[in-house]
Design a protein around this ligand. Sequence first.
Ligand SMILES: [Fe+2]
Ligand SMILES: [Fe+2]
Length: 307
Amino acid sequence: MTNTSFTATIRERVQQIETMPAIPAVFLPLLKLLSNSAEEVRVDEVVRLVSYDGAIAAQCLRMASSPLFGLAQPPKSIKGAVISLGLRRVETILLTCCLGQAFPATKWVLDPVVFWRHSLGCAMVCRKFSEKLTAADAEKAYMAGLLHDIGIMVNCMAFPKEFTRAMEHASTDEMPLGEAEQATMGFTHCETGRALAEKWKLADDISEVIAHHHAIERSEKAQPLVALVHLSDLLCRMRGLGYGYYERHKADLISDPAWAILLQQHHDLQGVDLVRFTFELDEAVEEIYGLVSTVFGGSSGVSLSRQ
Ligand SMILES: [Fe+2]
Ligand SMILES: [Fe+2]
């Protein structure tokens, strides 16, 4: 297949995703809202959007009450959650809940619970990481982490046979998923994710993360954010929040080129105690398991073999 016809095939198959009925009505308006700056977004508008769907509102409140968000008193209303947690944080919680309903469970090749643990884990790590860096936007980082592998959902739905072979290859050879996709399908979740990001008109920096988180050198517009997500993704895969199979890692965060790129932009990264940070992450893993079962279903227990 030539490169152009292959891109056309991806776009064509991604187009079909829109016709699926499972996308919550609030999801696309929410994405549009998230692309505005925090000052432009009105609290009432977010509260109205959340209240539109009772199931999402309830999930959103349960998630906001999680210890991961550190509130002394769980919020009783969406408005209360906005006031206590801040608008941006409530938006990202809402986005998580919407994504949980956006894709029909029957279409999955990869166990959705495993996928969401990885995505939510990565979102949390991205936020924790950027909270340690003074100039970083923590909620933007959360959103980027949550959406970075959205191409995997596209592959499950639009290329199920091809993606099944890629998953089998990855788990048999214990290799990174992207490499197995490239070897068996000729493209990866980065390309299909990018097509969905274009279709959903996601912000440029989020699209860059989706397209280049496995090849950060290709990012032109948002390299520090792409590098942050790349490292967080790696960290999750190293700490038991991967794609449901054992992956051999040669990786070491500090010698990864993404670390140097991030360091150029954020000099305070030098002061981050990585050992302590990974320890904090291990503590958060159990909480992430609980959160995923709240939002996306599945068992809340932490199994011994997390991979
Ligand atoms: Fe990925
Ligand atoms: Fe990932």
